[in-house]
Ligand binder design. Structure first.
Ligand code: NDP
Ligand code: GO6
Length: 333
């Protein structure tokens, strides 16, 4: 059986572009939705053209034109949606209901991967407001998928390195702290950090795998499970400098939400569940799920997986601020 044809919806986005690249790299006939709404967004247009140069096919379609979505979906076997879902960027998770309708009508889709790629929303029923919107909307999409009997895989990708590793998990910055670092409580909850390229690779790997049909794929390689303290320790060893650590109590952390805009409040709530409650690692993967590094340990890309690679830090070691001030050599991994 040949590799399935895949359509990526949201392909110019932060995680979408990695998924497009991984699908191409793994030999899938890869289609990317080209929305007329991108208008004069020249960055998106050029990205789409570069996908085309790399072998992707562009399909025109719009969320405000149902038939265009049905026609797009009819050309492929698998749909991966990477619709935006980060409040300070843009949050359109429920727009996917239109895509679900189109997939239902088309009737040919062997697997749909909706925009998830984070915490498992099914385990976040007790999440605090307003961050719970993220999980509730993702659950609404899941319910529509399951009601329409569309075959699915949900990818729980845990913490993207770009948002959680480079900054040692500090809020409101993506840069590594220079002198002092806030530690959530005792910094000992187990967190799972995943390189974005690995999210792409694992996602592409799973689309034709019968073992993940109608299941959740958790990206939880052992090397990627680190506490915040272990993360800070790795960085300190890398740069040969010790940072001043100050503990933030759960109470103070939650109190910091007050006066923030919605996006900031959502972030604080999510960080609370991850760093104080340990929501990413405080459960065993059961019958409803599979773990990615167990399913795909080999295939010659094994070394590319895992926090050891930390490409986000490798890039800091080439960044003036650290190579000059801290004389960081290349990462050993
Ligand atoms: P982006 O903000 O990069 O947006 C992705 C795409 O969404 C855009 O490129 C665009 O597609 C599409 N989009 C946005 N608005 C509209 C609209 N009105 N109509 C149609 N399409 C639209 O998303 P991310 O990559 O940041 O997020 C994707 C998923 O990953 C989300 O579910 C999010 O929650 C999750 N995530 C998880 C993180 C983690 O640490 N685990 C971190 C960040 C995100 P087009 O290419 O067609 O323009
Ligand atoms: C990422 C963030 C970083 C928020 C998830 C505020 C959905 C998920 C791990 O990417 O709110 O500074 O699971 O000041 O299921 C954001 C969100 C993280 C943005 C979390 C996310 C993670 C969304 C911030 C900040 C670095």
């Amino acid at each position: 059986m040949g590799k399935s044809k895949v359509l990526v919806v949201g392909g110019t986005g932060y995680i979408g572009k990695r998924i497009v690249k991984a699908c191409l790299a793994q030999g899938h006939e890869t289609y990317v939705l080209q929305r007329p709404e991108i208008g004069l967004d020249i960055d998106k247009l050029q990205m789409l053209l570069s996908f085309k140069e790399q072998g992707a096919r562009l399909i025109e379609g719009s969320f405000s034109d149902h038939k265009s979505l049905v026609d797009a979906v009819k050309q492929v076997d698998v749909v991966i949606c990477t619709m935006s879902g980060v409040h300070f960027r843009s949050h359109n998770i429920l727009m996917q209901l239109k895509l679900v309708d189109a997939i239902k009508e088309a009737g040919n889709i062997k697997r749909f991967l909706p925009s998830e790629f984070g915490m498992d929303p099914a385990r976040m029923e007790n999440a605090m407001e307003p961050g719970n919107i993220t999980f509730e909307e993702k659950m609404t999409v899941r319910k529509a998928i399951e009601k329409a009997k569309i075959p699915f895989t949900y990818v729980s990708a845990n913490c993207f390195a770009g948002y959680f590793v480079g900054n040692l998990s500090q809020l409101a910055t993506l840069l590594p702290p220079k002198d002092k670092v806030g530690i959530y409580g005792d910094g000992n909850q187990k967190v799972i950090f995943v390189d974005e390229d690995d999210v792409g690779t694992y996602t592409a790997k799973t689309i034709d795998d019968p073992r993940t049909l109608n299941k959740t794929l958790y990206l939880r390689p052992k090397e990627n499970i680190l506490t915040q303290m272990q993360l800070v320790d790795k960085w300190e060893k890398l740069v040969g400098r010790t940072l001043h650590k100050f503990s933030i109590s759960a109470q103070d952390f939650l109190a910091s939400m007050k006066g923030m805009e919605l996006a900031g409040q959502v972030g604080v709530g999510h960080f609370y569940h991850i760093f104080y409650e340990g929501c990413l690692s405080n459960f065993e993967i059961g019958e409803e799920g599979e773990e990615a590094s167990e399913l795909y340990p080999e295939d010659g890309c094994g070394y590319a997986f895992g926090a050891q690679r930390l490409s986000v830090w490798r890039s800091w070691s080439c960044c003036d601020r650290f190579s000059v001030e801290l004389d960081v050599g290349p990462l050993q991994c």
